[in-house]
Design a protein around this ligand. Structure first.
Ligand SMILES: Cc1cc2nc3c(=O)[nH]c(=O)nc-3n(C[C@H](O)[C@H](O)[C@H](O)COP(=O)(O)OP(=O)(O)OC[C@H]3O[C@@H](n4cnc5c(N)ncnc54)[C@H](O)[C@@H]3O)c2cc1C
Length: 279
């Protein structure tokens, strides 16, 4: 039951999305509605006055793979992603999606909704950040591609002046030699301590050629400067390398960026145990 009058506009195509965003002031995007439902606290549903339902639009439910990229339509469901199998998805994304909620929720929940959820960053956010995802975004008047790191922010941007709809999520089709995903907090549920850690490594013979380390929970970060400290090193890392990197991590992930907390301790432990895999 709704607690006030809400009009739900159903878009049947991507052109209709932009028309509705242009014509209805303050319209709010909804996809699978599982996160919107999860955040309800009262006995009756509290929704914005105008809701734009985009779930099931065929152009937004496709996954296309080329030699260079994988493009995910924002409305592809989490269960559809799992059906593609571990071979056809970056392992880190597959692992993240497998741990989300349960099959019933995953059959409605979308990838777009997972990254766009406000307030607390959800399970696929850190893996997509580590994979250098770019987003195709449409507003009532324009359409553009933007790196995920620039579209989202840890401050402000919760109430954009006009509606923004993510159409596609694009990641480079790279191969990673090490791919690790960990989440903190209660499995399959979102609580205050839920956060995700993503760790990716590429090697060529004994040289570490790329590394990505991302974190997302109450806030998110990736520090390219810290990653650059590790890129180019010869493997295996020595104990001296380890000590040096863990010392540096205290500087790069300082208390201003990441205040003392259970999650900070988890992050530093996960960082150390992941780097240890390179020793
Ligand atoms: C029981 C339960 C357990 C859960 N456990 C987990 C879990 O373990 N891990 C996890 O990550 N999540 C979990 N969730 C949350 C949720 O199911 C997922 O995050 C899901 O992927 C959200 O997708 P959705 O399509 O349902 O989003 P919606 O609920 O439709 O939308 C979520 C937000 O994203 C915005 N949005 C949606 N699509 C777009 C778009 N294309 N462009 C712009 N904005 C958009 C909406 O405006 C809204 O603010 C759980 C939910 C439930 C009910």
């Amino acid at each position: 039951m709704l607690n006030k009058s809400t009009t739900v506009y159903r878009a049947n195509s991507i052109t209709e999305i932009q028309t509705l965003m242009r014509n209805i002031a303050g319209i709010s995007v909804a996809a699978g509605c599982t996160e919107i439902a999860r955040r309800q606290t009262g006995r009756s549903l509290s929704l914005p006055t105008n809701v734009l339902s985009i779930a099931g639009i065929p152009d937004l439910c496709t996954v296309t793979k080329t030699e260079r990229y994988i493009d995910f339509g924002a409305c592809v469901t989490l269960s559809a992603l799992l059906k593609l199998g571990k071979k056809n998805l970056p392992e880190i994304l597959f692992d993240a999606v497998s741990g989300i909620a349960n099959p019933a929720v995953r059959s409605l929940a979308t990838l777009g909704g997972n990254i766009a959820a406000k307030g607390h960053r959800l399970s696929t956010f850190a893996p997509l950040l580590a994979l250098d995802a770019r987003l195709e975004v449409r507003t009532p008047l324009e359409s553009y591609w933007i790196p995920m790191t620039r579209f989202f922010s840890n401050i402000g941007k919760e109430q954009p002046k006009f509606p923004e709809c993510i159409y596609k999520i694009r990641i480079p089709a790279d191969h990673w030699d090490i791919s690790l995903y960990h989440r903190t907090g209660r499995p399959s549920f979102i609580t205050d301590s839920t956060a995700s850690f993503a760790f990716l490594v590429k090697t060529q013979k004994t040289i570490l050629t790329d590394i990505r380390i991302a974190w997302a929970g109450k806030f998110f970060f990736r520090k390219r400067e810290f990653e650059n400290l590790i890129i180019g090193r010869t493997l295996p890392l020595s104990e001296k390398d380890m000590a040096n990197l863990m010392d540096k991590s205290e500087l790069f992930f300082d208390q201003l960026l990441f205040p003392e907390s259970y999650n900070r301790a988890c992050f530093l432990n996960l960082l150390e145990s992941s780097l240890r895999m390179l020793t």
